[in-house]
Design a protein around this ligand. Sequence first.
Ligand code: TYD
Ligand code: MG
Length: 457
Amino acid sequence: MAKDKTVYTCSECGGSTPKWQGKCPNCGAWNTLIESVAEPAGAARNRFASLAPASEVAVLADIEAAEVPRTPTGIAELDRVLGGGIVAGGVILIGGDPGIGKSTLLLQAVDGLQRTGVPALYVTGEESGAQVALRSRRLGLDHSQVKVLAETQLEKIQATIAAQQPAVAVIDSIQTVYSEQLTSAPGSVAQVRECAAHLTRAAKSGGTTIVLVGHVTKEGALAGPRVLEHMVDTVLYFEGDTHSSFRLVRAIKNRFGAVNEIGVFAMTEKGLKGVANPSAIFLSQHSEPVPGSCVLVTLEGTRPMLVEIQALVDSGGPSPRRLSVGLDRDRLAMLLAVLHRHAGVACMDQDVFVNAVGGVRISEPAADLAVMLAIASSLRGRALPKGFIAFGEVGLAGEVRPAPRGQERLREAAKLGFSVAVVPKANAPKGGRDFEGLTIHPVERIEQALEVVRGLG
Ligand code: TYD
Ligand code: MG
């Protein structure tokens, strides 16, 4: 195949140059030039122009708002994050650490689809066909009719997709695919972007659903899935601690459904199994309460979940450390300042570590109160009472703000047998401190929350 001309495009200013240089000749930025295929003269400058079919201008109200038809994968937790199932011509990116279960989940999903008569193609660039077959046997997918192609060259993959016309094609992984048009190594930003753009175009024009697998990489030669987020329709990320058996799949972008929905799975001997009722899996089982632990009721997507927040406050050196796992570190610094300023809890000369149990990542501010109570508990060396939960956002002025859908959170905690709750006043049920067996302590300020906790023992 004749090679198109390649140019080097600056990721900062968008200018291009025919030769690679360390410094962009247009804007002077360093290390921003990325190899790309030069557009033939006269072609649209926008490389994504062909992704959206050209159409007439129409009045919004006149456009028929048809629901996109979806094909369920049959894996309920996956369908939940996808917004019901896969969409023809949709492009899904699934990111996650190596070994977390991406290939396992996708093989299970395409096999399920194939069994309902949806033709599926699994392109493997990381493993041989035999390895994929071995995994399918392990997963108990006997007599699977899924078509497998062990190939890494983009042009051949495209030709196969065009010839086979599968309804769904998995590319595992996009970082192993390379195009002959570029001289950059497979996995480089240039290759990953170029190949993903071609496959996206193929999806849109042929109506095939394309699933791109992307390994999250630490800084280095391999481009991570983040560089593709803007071109795909749906972005899912695997979360979870590879040491625990639970895995979360979170939708962070979805043109066809709600975001921040999560699917919960357990990795078993026979692959990933959906966990339909995940609310209690992120609790570590202490027989007696321990200092520095507070259970948070968090709302992930549409389901409340209980997650244990652990804090360890320990005397630090001259520049004490603040570390967090599963929680935002900047927010931790802010909460420590609020604790000091408004509640007189000083950790200035202490190392502070906080951790959300089970490798779950918590981004909602409603975790603030639980984080602060865990820190105060660790600092004082006194455990929170047995059966205790908390949630609520804490502002810079020390005020405790309500969390969305407080009643649902309380109901879930009550259902799991928790007995005491410190919650924002606006989330407390009106009239009475008892809620389905939970004793509710409404608070308006952080110092008040600490006082309530002290009073409880
Ligand atoms: P894999 O899907 O290969 O991860 P990824 O594609 O994200 O790199 O999952 C690999 C891990 O899952 C591996 O450590 C073995 C484990 N596993 C099971 O525990 N049970 C199974 O049935 C399978 C297939 C894998
Ligand atoms: Mg894999």
